[in-house]
Write a protein that binds this ligand. Structure first.
Ligand code: NAP
Length: 326
């Protein structure tokens, strides 16, 4: 978001051995460290981070297994996520085509269980390798071990900071994407008269839809969705529907409904507004763009104003999605 200060040290890791060396030395010197992937989904406070920012640059792409229905690929955590998606969709493999054009690295993708248009990385990730900073060993974590849930995993909750992801293993499928698709995707395909569903067609459609809704961070500083979608108890949803019958809501099971936070912000009249130098994206109120903020405190004030407006109107507490360097 082009906000935040500097770091005392910045370094890159290119192998598991590099990771071991950095972790051991930083522990010996009593210096904290923070692992960065692409950096587009992290917010840094003003001032100096008094530690080591480590860029994960572990590369590698290897097909490790194939059978009549699937191909399994192992990737270095520093590989660019969208390069991987592009490569496998070109090979007509399916499973990640709806996750096209998401910025960041392969190692960062499982942390928040990236998802879009009905697909999540947890649908295709079989396992990952990580350096465990508690035991200094390289461990293999299965899909189950990662405890994936909606935009979440152990890596940003109970085990935050413990594991440094080194590789991910993805099982992709031979065949064609099958409808039904998210309505926004379905409508786009209809408009373009696309009736043959291939991995490439879906990827191209997703790229076009995203280009209109999600501004390119290189041009308009933003961290993608700034807020998570809201998980709301059924009783409150029922209550709100009395007053707002058009409120979109999606059943997540267990008497919990997902309510798009972008819609809530829009209903508060904030879509397109400039708050403390932060623009609420006119195309999608979930995204905040740094237009003229003077620093982290401006962003914090804008976040506070938006959260307060939503909470007062809907009694829903909205949560920030990007992680913070701390
Ligand atoms: P959108 O298309 O305006 O959709 C608004 C909301 O409606 C989304 O939150 C979406 O949920 C939900 N939705 C729409 N159709 C649905 C269906 N058939 N079943 C269940 N939920 C449905 O959303 P957007 O903000 O422009 O984002 C587009 C896509 O990119 C979304 O899927 C979004 O999650 C994804 N995205 C993901 C990340 C991330 O992984 N951190 C960041 C930015 C955007 P879902 O969000 O659950 O799909």
């Amino acid at each position: 978001m082009q906000i935040g200060g500097t770091a005392r040290f910045v370094t890159e890791v290119h192998s598991a051995e590099d990771v071991r060396t950095i972790v051991t030395n930083s522990r010996k010197e009593g210096v904290p460290f923070y692992i960065l992937g692409g950096g587009s989904n992290v917010i840094a406070p003003d001032g100096r981070y008094n530690g080591i920012v480590i860029r994960n640059c572990i590369m590698g792409y290897e097909e490790i297994a194939e059978d009549k229905d699937t191909v399994t690929v192992k990737l270095g955590a520093g590989e660019v996520w969208d390069d991987f998606v592009k490569r496998v969709t070109r090979e007509n493999l399916i499973g990640v085509e709806a996750l096209s054009a998401i910025p960041g690295t392969c190692g960062a993708a499982p942390v928040q269980n990236i998802g879009a248009y009905g697909q999540e990385i947890s649908d295709t990730l079989t396992e990952l390798e990580a350096f465990d900073t508690q035991t200094d060993e390289i461990v293999t974590l299965s899909n189950d071990d990662c405890k994936f849930r909606y935009r979440n995993s152990i890596f940003r909750t109970e085990e935050q900071g413990r594991y440094i992801i080194l590789t991910i293993t993805m099982r992709l499928y031979k065949g064609s994407p099958m409808p039904p698709f998210y309505s926004v995707l379905e409508n786009h395909l209809k408009e373009k008269n696309i009736t043959e569903y291939t991995a490439t067609n879906i990827r191209e459609a997703v790229i076009e839809i995203r280009a209109n809704r999600l501004p390119n961070p290189a041009e308009k500083p933003n961290a993608g969705s700034f807020f998570k979608n809201s998980m709301v108890d059924k009783w409150l949803v029922d209550d709100l529907l009395q007053k707002y019958p058009d409120m979109p809501h999606f059943d997540m099971g267990g008497r919990i409904y997902k309510v798009p936070t972008g819609w809530l912000i829009e209903q508060c009249g904030l879509k397109g507004k400039l708050l403390h130098g932060i623009r609420v994206n006119p195309a999608n109120a979930l995204v905040l763009i740094n237009e003229s903020a003077r620093g982290y405190s401006d962003l914090a004030q804008a976040r506070e104003a938006i959260s307060k407006a939503v909470s007062e109107k809907f009694h829903i507490h909205i949560e920030q999605e990007p992680l913070e360097l701390a």
